[in-house]
Design a protein around this ligand. Structure first.
Ligand code: ZN
Ligand code: FE
Length: 265
C-alpha cells in the first residue's frame, strides 16, 4: 500500500513531509525545519513519529530534529559520511541503502552538489522521491560545496526515475525559479502553462510542491540542457549537457529579475 504523504509548510519557505504507513501505523518525517507546525500536523492526524529522515546538514533542514526525537522517541537517519555535521544518527545511510517505513521500502540516493552528502529518498511503491535542495520545483539547489558536474550527475539520477514519480522538494522557490526558466526558454509551451499554474497557486497560497517528474523534465531548465532553445539562447550548441547545465546554474546565481514578464503573449 502506498504511503500517505502530508506536506507541512515550515519557516518562511521550507517544506517538511510526513510519510505514513497505515498498516503499521509508522510515520516518518523528512526534514525538520521547525518544530511547531510538525507537532500540530501530527496532533491533527493522530500520528506519532517513528523516524526522522535527514536530507542534508543545513540548519533549515535539521533545526527541529533533537526536540522531535526526544518528544516521540523517533529514530534519526542521515548520511553516514556527513555524521559529523548532523544530529547523532541512529542509522547512518549511504547511497543504495534501503529504509523501511512500516512495509514501505525507500532507497537512498546520494544527490550531492548543493552540499556534500545530500541524500534523497525514493519510495518506488508510493511513486515518491524526497529531493530537498537537489532537484526543486522548476529549479535546483545552489552549489555551496559541490561542482556543477556533481550536481548534474545527481539530477540525472533523479531524472532517470519513472516520469510519473512525484517530487517532494524542500522549498517554495517556484515563482523565482519560473522567472529564470522563462528567461531561458520563453517559447516552451509547457513552461508557459506551468508558470500560469504556479502564479494561480501562489495567489491562493497553495504550495507548488510537490510536482511531478514529468513536469520537471518538460519545464525545469536544470533538467533541459539538451533543449535546442536554451542552447541557442546560450550560444552553446556544441557543448555537452553537463557544460550547458553548469552555465545555467552560473546564470541563475547572478539572476536578479524578480518580476515575471507578461508570458501570455
Ligand atoms: Zn540546504
Ligand atoms: Fe534548504
Amino acid at each position: 500500500m502506498p504511503l500517505q504523504i502530508v506536506t507541512i509548510p515550515c519557516c518562511t519557505d521550507n517544506y517538511a513531509f510526513l510519510l505514513h504507513d497505515a498498516a503499521s501505523g509508522e510515520t516518518a518525517l523528512v526534514d525538520a525545519p521547525e518544530v511547531a507546525p510538525i507537532i500540530n500536523a501530527l496532533d491533527d492526524l493522530g500520528w506519532s513519529l517513528s523516524q526522522i529522515l535527514i536530507t542534508h546538514h543545513h540548519h533549515d533542514h535539521i533545526e527541529g530534529v533533537q526536540e522531535l526525537r526526544t518528544k516521540y522517541g523517533a529514530k534519526v537517519l542521515g548520511a553516514k559520511a556527513d555524521a559529523h555535521r548532523l544530529p547523532p544518527l541512529d542509522i547512518a545511510l549511504s547511497e543504495g541503502d534501503m529504509i523501511e517505513v512500516g512495509k514501505s521500502i525507500g532507497r537512498v540516493l546520494d544527490v550531492s552538489g548543493h552540499c556534500d552528502d545530500h541524500l534523497a529518498f525514493y519510495f518506488a511503491d508510493s511513486q515518491a522521491v524526497f529531493t530537498a535542495d537537489s532537484l526543486m520545483a522548476l529549479g535546483c539547489g545552489r552549489l555551496f560545496e559541490g561542482t556543477p558536474l556533481q550536481m548534474w550527475g545527481s539530477l540525472s539520477k533523479i531524472a532517470a526515475l519513472p516520469p510519473e514519480t512525484i517530487v517532494y522538494s524542500g522549498h517554495e522557490y517556484t515563482i523565482a525559479n519560473a522567472i529564470f526558466a522563462y528567461s531561458l526558454e520563453p517559447n516552451n509551451p509547457a513552461l508557459r502553462t506551468r508558470i500560469q499554474q504556479t502564479v494561480d497557486a501562489r495567489a491562493n497560497d497553495i504550495p507548488t510542491v510537490p510536482s511531478t517528474l514529468s513536469d520537471e523534465l518538460e519545464t525545469n531548465p536544470f533538467l533541459r540542457p539538451a533543449s535546442a532553445e536554451i542552447r541557442k539562447n546560450l550560444k552553446m550548441n556544441a557543448n555537452t549537457d553537463a557544460e550547458v547545465f553548469a552555465e545555467i546554474r552560473r546564470l541563475k546565481d547572478g539572476f536578479s529579475q524578480t518580476e515575471l514578464p507578461d508570458f501570455t503573449k
